[in-house]
Design a protein around this ligand. Structure first.
Ligand SMILES: NC(=O)c1ccc[n+]([C@@H]2O[C@H](COP(=O)([O-])OP(=O)(O)OC[C@H]3O[C@@H](n4cnc5c(N)ncnc54)[C@H](O)[C@@H]3O)[C@@H](O)[C@H]2O)c1
Length: 256
């Protein structure tokens, strides 16, 4: 059990109020990390967690440049031994209708802010000569394009590529950089995905969720803790020789 202890390490988690973010905060805090959780605003799930484990919440909207820079400065100055770059937004649209405003919002958070926060964590670690673990949330959507999901799929492919470049650049410093590629996980984001598919494909609310669960090799959608367990592994010394990888956490949806 000693190998999964994160005692003495500070972990920053973005998008921490959401489904997967809050579950990752819980796993890291329970393993002994000092967790700094950031999101636009606190959620009930995160407030409940903060009542049980030591957790600091810092509000930042990463699509607002001045707040993104304030967050990056804080991460670089205060230090993050572990960074979970988890904040993202989903939107729908094919090449015929996904406009550049949607591109700016999706890429602004999923790629631009993800990159800036990763850079800040890396600079802080290198300056302090500390080893660390950076975990970026990609997606099965980053493995191949989807007709109706042009910008989001492309943004997650970019996350995979930045993860690889950062891993190679930071390996000499003992900083590991990996990504997680969840499949379909039942969170507030998937409530939105389900509602968007209902509109685009003329389905009942909940129908898309039932469809993706039935199509999964393990016969169900993932839950946030399915992803958080693998984030804990990557954050810990159990994964000390793992870097540059994108791990599928998807019940077997993607075989790679
Ligand atoms: N749910 C899934 O099926 C699934 C699948 C693959 C990948 N992912 C990825 O996992 C991560 C977490 O997803 P989730 O399902 O928990 O989503 P979620 O919507 O529950 O959580 C996302 C969080 O990001 C925050 N956020 C949104 N805009 C922000 C901004 N401008 N600044 C700061 N924070 C902002 C939201 O407030 C929210 O709390 C994302 O990167 C997502 O792309 C999710």
């Amino acid at each position: 059990m000693e190998a999964v202890s994160l005692e003495g390490r500070r972990a920053w988690v973005t998008g921490a109020a959401g489904g997967i973010g809050a579950a990752i905060c819980a796993r890291l805090a329970e393993a002994g990390a000092e967790v700094v959780a950031t999101d636009i605003a606190m959620s009930d799930a995160l407030a409940e967690l903060a009542s049980r484990v030591p957790l600091v919440f810092k509000p930042f909207d990463l699509l607002v440049d001045v707040q993104l820079e304030a967050c990056a400065d804080d991460i670089e100055r205060s230090g993050a031994d572990i960074l979970v770059n988890n904040a993202a937004r989903f939107d729908m649209g094919s090449v015929l209708d996904a406009d550049l405003d949607q591109y700016d919002r999706v890429f602004g958070l999923n790629v631009r802010a993800m990159y800036r926060v990763m850079q800040a964590a890396a600079r802080g670690l290198v300056r302090r000569k500390r080893e660390g673990s950076i975990i970026n949330l990609a997606s099965q959507a980053g493995r191949r394009g989807e007709a109706l999901v042009a910008h989001y799929c492309a943004s997650k492919a970019a996350v995979i590529s930045y993860t690889q470049s950062a891993a190679l650049a930071l390996a000499p410093n003992g900083i590991r950089v990996n990504a997680l590629a969840p499949g379909v996980v039942d969170t507030p984001m998937w409530d939105r995905v389900d509602a968007l598919f209902a509109r685009h494909e003329n389905l009942e609310i909940g129908e898309k969720k039932r469809e993706v669960a039935a199509a999964n090799p393990m016969g169900r959608m993932g839950n946030p803790d399915d992803v958080a367990r693998v984030a804990l592994f990557l954050a810990s010394d159990l994964a000390r020789y793992v870097t540059g990888q994108t791990l599928n956490v998807d019940g077997g949806n993607v075989l790679s």
